[in-house]
Design a protein around this ligand. Structure first.
Ligand SMILES: [Zn+2]
Length: 144
């Protein structure tokens, strides 16, 4: 299934460090730069796989394919970081696990929100934050 691209914020307020791009994840990071989040899907057991990897952690098959995530999910759990370090010194910010509509739970940040109003179960949507190297980090904001 194809979904419209999510917004890519060119100058995010929250620090967005560039990832190390392994050759097997070039397609994943190229998609992020265009506002699309890719998951691996196992064609044997049909599970969605996160983090992206070539071998299914459920059935050990190597028959996996890329699939675009819807960009929808909800907050599974979160923590408000009030004392960040390094690039994250400009706290507070929200560190969270978001459960994607496709099932996997992704460690990420909740952005564009009142950090004191974030709630477990809250509906969120994907937004990307551009890094200095052209890739973009998948983060989430309250669903609009
Ligand atoms: Zn499998």
């Amino acid at each position: 299934m194809t979904y419209p691209a999510s917004e890519v914020v060119e100058e995010p307020a929250l620090f967005a460090p560039a990832p190390e791009v392994a050759p097997e994840l070039r397609e994943f990071w190229d998609a992020t730069s265009e506002g699309r989040l890719l998951l691996r899907r196992c064609t044997v057991c049909d599970e969605a796989i996160w983090y992206p990897r070539p071998v299914c952690p459920f059935c050990h098959s190597t028959r996996t394919v890329w699939e675009q995530a819807s960009g929808r999910g909800h907050i599974y759990t979160y923590s408000v970081v009030r004392r960040g370090t390094g690039g994250y010194a400009d706290a507070p910010y929200v560190l969270a696990y978001v459960e994607l509509a496709e099932g996997p739970r992704v460690m990420t940040n909740i952005v564009d929100c009142d950090t004191d109003a974030v709630e477990i179960g809250q509906a969120v949507e994907l937004v990307f934050h551009r890094t200095a190297e052209g890739t973009a980090l998948p983060r989430f904001r309250p669903a609009r």
